[in-house]
Design a protein. Structure first.
Length: 112
DNA sequence: GTTGATTAGCGTCACGTCCT
DNA sequence: AGGACGTGACGCTAATCAAC
């Protein structure tokens, strides 16, 4: 599936300064099946330069595709982790509220 | 069965940050 | 400075679901 040209909003900066915990630098590794082509030193004609540019772009797109997949996977994992933490805290909170009510009952003066 | 809304996943672009 | 990388934003598609 190939997309038509993307609309660019110019409103995409997301830099907030604080890095999410799921952002971890991975060691550099070439995606499977990627082979390095001729070194730039061996290029001559404009056509070869164009081919090299195309190759570089495709390599970049391929790497970015994989990076995006990995990024989404980590983000899902991170969200899952947050959700389970929420669940734990909710249970804890409920228990504390119940305990508070019990203590209130014990400590409140008896009316008669 | 059709249709519109919602959701999940994907590819790409733009940009910030890190590293050499 | 420039390349590599991670990620937010965006548009697109396919799957699912509810209402008709």
């Amino acid at each position: 599936m190939q997309k038509p040209n993307m609309a660019v909003t110019g409103d995409e900066t997301a830099a907030t300064g604080d890095m999410p915990t799921y952002q971890i630098r991975a060691p550099t590794a070439l995606p499977q099946g990627v082979v390095m082509a001729a070194s730039p030193g061996s290029l001559h004609s404009p056509q070869q330069l164009a081919e090299e540019a195309t190759r570089k772009r495709e390599l970049r797109l391929m790497k970015n595709r994989e990076a995006a997949k990995e990024c989404r996977r980590r983000k899902k994992e991170y969200v899952k982790c947050l959700e389970s933490r929420v669940a734990v805290l909710e249970v804890q909170n409920k228990k504390l509220i119940e305990e508070l009510e019990t203590l209130k009952d014990i400590c409140s003066p008896k009316t008669d």
